[in-house]
Design a protein around this ligand. Sequence first.
Ligand code: ADP
Length: 612
Amino acid sequence: MKILVFNAGSSSVKFGIFDTRIDDPRVVKAEFEHFLDGYCDLHFQLGGEQGETLHHRVKVTDVEHAIENIPNLLEQWGYDDFDAIGHRVVHGGTLLTAAVRIDNKTLSLIEDATPLAPLHNPANLSGIYISQEIWPDKPQVAVFDTSFHKTIPEEAYSYAIPKSWRQLGVRRYGFHGTSHHYVALRVADALQTPLSDLRIISCHLGNGASVCAINHGVSVDTSMGMTPLEGLVMGTRSGDVDPGLFSFLSRHSGMSIEEIERQLYHNSGLKALGGSSDLRNIEQQAAEGSSDAQLAINVYAYRVRKYLGAYSAVMGGVDVVVFTGGIGENSATMRQRICDQLHFLGLSLDVNKNSSLQLSAFDSQLINHEISRIKVIVTRTSEQWMIAKEVQQHLESARLQENKDNCVIPVAVSARHVHLSRHAVELLFGKGYQLNVLRTLRQPGSWAALETVELIGPRGIISNVRILGPEREQTQIEVSRTDTFTLGIEAPVRASGKLDNTPPIRLRGPCGELVTRGMIVAARHIHMHSDDALAWGLNDGDLVDVELGEGERRTLFANTKVRVNGNFLTEMHIDTDEANAAGITFSTKGHLVNKQSDSIVTIVNKKQQTLK
Ligand code: ADP
């Protein structure tokens, strides 16, 4: 599928054509910028990463005029044959949390979110309106910077402010979502480890900059907030400040709120501290002895390091720190300053690898020392590529939706249960004890045991919890969210087998007790036979949305992980809380209505990378 991707800003337009069937998916990349006196700069690169980048000064007056010129340019370059258009939209508000086909309803929801991003959404919208006029017959899809952060939990997105303000939509939304998601996928691909096994801190350091904590594949916190002003020091934006400065400055210097806001967006950050928004100039001046430039560098690095510490605490540890964006990709000295003093976390940079790094497109390089527990990776971001991928997935999902009567999945409700290791069986039932089969289960090879155990928490006890066989390497206790309150123990939502940092719980059997980690609320999932996966165009690890139940209790179970295996019987597993929410008694059928791929290798160079 060929997709034209647009990023229309107020002072520049970036666009590209991505062909999702080939190894180097970007076949055209172009940008109009620096509009002055009826002319602007046009940079373009044809033929993917190998193509030469050309620069022209062209007679184009403004952003609208630039977009109107795109059909002619694409025709001249021989790239006017594409299937769909993807538009970057900065703010989707609370309602637009995934890529969506652009129609009148979508446009009015984007308009509604505009007060939250008054500098960005109007420009994005104007790009959409013009391209609808130019290409009325092409499917057009909006992709939001905010949507990757829809998984941030309430305690991380809530500001401690009056409820009536929160009801107006004042909360953390987060931005750079397509970039953080893209680099996380790149990291997983480079390390050949599923994203769901990694705790990643992604540092997108460009003109705009943000850090994101990505815990087992989902964003759990990010430094930008309700607007792209919060968080790190940026080119011209302040990042974190005390909100008390608004009243202080208006009292002491008579500035209006609008003026203070303008200064925080356009005359702060590196520009205010070091005299230039470009880190290259600041690094040069710092080397020549400018104390302002030195301070700017120190404040910048300090702020990023502070967030690295905070997000390590948020995730209970970190496996990978990834740098991207103009500064993250290019400034070895800034990377070193940020990583200095993080030895206590297990992060040790290889200074030679860091300073000699040469990065090419679709490349990820390790710059940590061999002894470092935390991997440090530098990779080039490609927000436009991620937009193309989301557009493709959205259009494929729409086809699934149209065909939903053919994508039917049986659903089974899993009651609480435990899987025991040999060690646990012997402690609970006695040395050499063998569990007895009560009945076989539908998944080939698995069975319910005759034996049960008691779960004992600080608040309560749950008796008669069934053991499921066969024995496993690690003991795993699967309960519902409600059970965690009965027991008085908080447990994370996890895929089976992902037991790191799970809480301890006491199990009691007829012969003894055992305190073990391994309690989870099982993440909903589908066991899928490979023939069904092939028929429905799904891969192992994809996330799908499944519609369950009927009538007023019809419920959409989003982000359901697909596990593909030739031995599986196709069946979705949900827990008792989820079943109750959808009014399902013991079994039902669901319809697949949406899919997202968790794997980057489906589109970008299928060759595996080796990390040196
Ligand atoms: P945007 O957020 O606009 O996409 P970029 O990601 O392209 O911005 O980042 C631009 C910034 O990257 C520049 O302002 C500059 O500060 C920084 N940068 C680019 N190359 C280098 C370099 N070699 N050394 C230090 N900083 C660099």
